[in-house]
Design a protein around this ligand. Structure first.
Ligand code: GLN
Length: 550
């Protein structure tokens, strides 16, 4: 029988609930337990796919094409498992299915209510993740206790313990213990209030994780233990860590996994912890001395969370090479002004990430050109590939005014366009190419060498594609279409033959990078960037043993 851990948060948003849940997942995996995770998001959107990344952060895409909350990216990276769309549930999806059932008559004429119909639907979603092959399901509840939308979710997880048995459920509550400089004290009152709020919904937490920028003393833990009625060993101090990958070690030191195992009746002798590999990873993170500067040329640079998986993939590649990645956030709209300055030239490498809408496109095209002309390693992701193609079309193929139909509906040369079967679709939901698709790589191409494979699969999220009508002209101008869909209709990868690294992919490889298995495209990008940083002749780097499954 699977066990369940519910992680709620209080006091403030952005305390790192997702990272705490993910770190716990890693610790339980290090104890040899089979873990899966999910997020229950109380907002009304059906999925985050339609939300502005500049406000809400990245949309994380799963193998099966789910457009999910960015926390699922943390889950996958920490527990090293691919999750599916069913691992992210929102109020929107819950209500959609309750209303669909009502319309079908499934409720047999009953009045449809929050309790039991909505709460049953929530519990069902969690239960569906359990099974013979899962020891622990970790469920993060988005938002904070006290939010108006969270109430049905708290009610559902309260009932859950009665449904599946007390010994199979553990409630973890994350709070903030602020340090007040004028009085020189850490304050427990917000934690008390937050626990009171949780209790008012009928949930008594088993474990309280206290986020703080300073260690929480034994005395303070005793106070929280008394006031919130949890054993002192279940008051966990989670101080800020330098790297997110240190958090599992911090929480283990504090005994989080041991306490949770005890609550769930998991015998620690049968599941001793093996943290060696993770410690080694953290050691690599801490000891990296050399530095490379990578420019991220995008339009949501004011909220770096919009590119969370890209940043993490770059960091993973940095761990592999033993280098610190210094990120330079470059607002694409500013690029035309930067081209004459030294700023772009000082970069060791560049990423042009995904995006939607016209803003900043000309700057991205200019950045791609600059990277091409100055031998700066450059990786284009999805939209990044599209602007690279536009750049080659305009500058090398002489197709004046070439553009993507997304940005210029009247362009004389729509080198990027909707596929014919998509041209009439106007609905913004569910019309994209989403999830994992295979690609065949041309023998002898840079991408084939980098992946060490002739066929790969990567996750997609886009509407537009390289226009097949222009492919021959682009290739004649020097653009190598080095990866295509198996039927050769869609261009999946492009590169240049005479450049150390100028590669575009129609996919989002960043979603598949893991801290201890960096994605080959990012690993090779950083290798090329290191060559540039250290003044070596550009060459296609030797990427060593390939343990990445494309
Ligand atoms: N806007 C582009 C498209 O829809 C690229 C999308 C992306 O970068 N994810 O095709």
């Amino acid at each position: 029988m699977s066990k369940f851990v519910f992680v709620t948060g209080g006091v403030s948003s952005s305390l790192g609930k997702g990272l705490t849940a993910s770190s716990l997942g890693r610790l339980l995996k290090c104890r040899g337990l089979r873990v899966t995770m999910c997020k229950l998001d109380p907002y009304i959107n059906v999925d985050p796919g339609t939300m502005n990344p500049g406000e809400h952060g990245e949309v994380f895409v799963t193998e099966d094409g789910g457009e999910t909350d960015l926390d699922l990216g943390h889950y996958e990276r920490f527990i090293d498992e691919n999750l599916g769309r069913s691992s992210n549930t929102t109020t929107g999806t819950i209500y959609s299915s309750v209303i669909a059932k009502e319309r079908r008559g499934d409720y047999l004429g009953k009045t449809v209510q929050v309790i039991p119909h909505v709460t049953d639907e929530i519990k069902d979603r969690v239960l569906r993740l359990a099974g013979e092959d899962v020891d622990v399901v970790i469920v993060e509840i988005g938002g904070t206790v006290g939010d108006i939308e969270i109430v049905p979710f708290l009610e559902a997880i309260r009932q859950f313990r009665r449904d599946v048995g007390r010994q199979n459920v553990c409630y973890v509550h994350l709070t903030l213990v602020p340090y007040l400089a004028p009085s020189g004290e850490q304050k427990t009152k917000p934690t008390q209030h937050s626990v009171t709020e949780l209790r008012s919904r009928g949930i008594q937490p088993d474990v309280i994780v206290c986020r703080s920028d300073k260690d929480i003393s034994q005395g303070l833990k005793r106070k929280i233990s008394l006031l919130c009625d949890v054993p002192i060993e279940a008051v966990i101090s989670a101080i800020d860590a330098e790297s997110i990958y240190e958090i599992p070690l911090v929480l283990h030191e504090e005994g989080l996994d041991a306490v949770i195992c005890a609550i769930l009746g998991i015998d620690p002798a049968q599941h001793p912890i093996a943290l060696g590999d993770w410690e080694q990873l953290v050691h690599r993170v801490r000891t990296a001395e050399r530095e490379v500067r990578i420019g991220v040329v995008g339009k949501y640079v004011n909220l770096p969370d919009a590119y969370l998986s890209v940043v993490e993939a770059l960091r993973h590649a940095g761990f592999h090479h033993g280098v610190q990645v210094r990120l330079e956030w470059i607002d694409a709209e500013m690029v035309p002004d930067l081209v004459p300055s030294e700023r772009l030239h000082e970069l060791d490498g560049m990423v042009i990430p995904g995006g939607f809408g016209e803003r900043g496109i000309e700057g991205m095209v200019a950045a791609a050109r600059y990277a091409r002309e100055h031998a700066i390693p450059c990786l284009g992701l999805c939209l990044g590939l599209q602007v690279m193609v536009v750049e080659v079309a305009r500058d090398l193929a002489g197709l004046e005014g070439a553009n993507s139909r997304e940005f210029d509906s009247r362009t004389p040369h729509p080198v990027i366009d909707l596929m014919e079967d998509q041209a009439d679709v106007v609905d913004k939901g569910g019309t994209m190419r989403l999830g994992a698709y295979p690609a065949m790589l041309s023998p002898g191409s840079q991408v084939a060498e980098i992946y060490g494979a002739s066929a790969v699969t990567e996750r997609h999220r886009h509407r537009y594609e390289v226009n097949p009508r222009y492919r021959a002209r682009l290739e004649a101008a020097g653009l190598r279409c080095s990866g295509t869909s198996p039927d050769d209709r869609l261009v999946e990868f492009v590169e240049l033959t005479d450049h150390p690294y100028w590669i575009g992919t129609q996919a989002h490889p960043e979603f598949k990078s893991r801290p201890d298995r960096p994605h080959p495209l990012f690993r090779a990008l950083l290798g090329a960037a290191l060559d540039r940083a250290e003044g070596r002749e550009p060459r296609l780097i030797d990427i060593g043993d390939l343990d990445f499954v494309g």
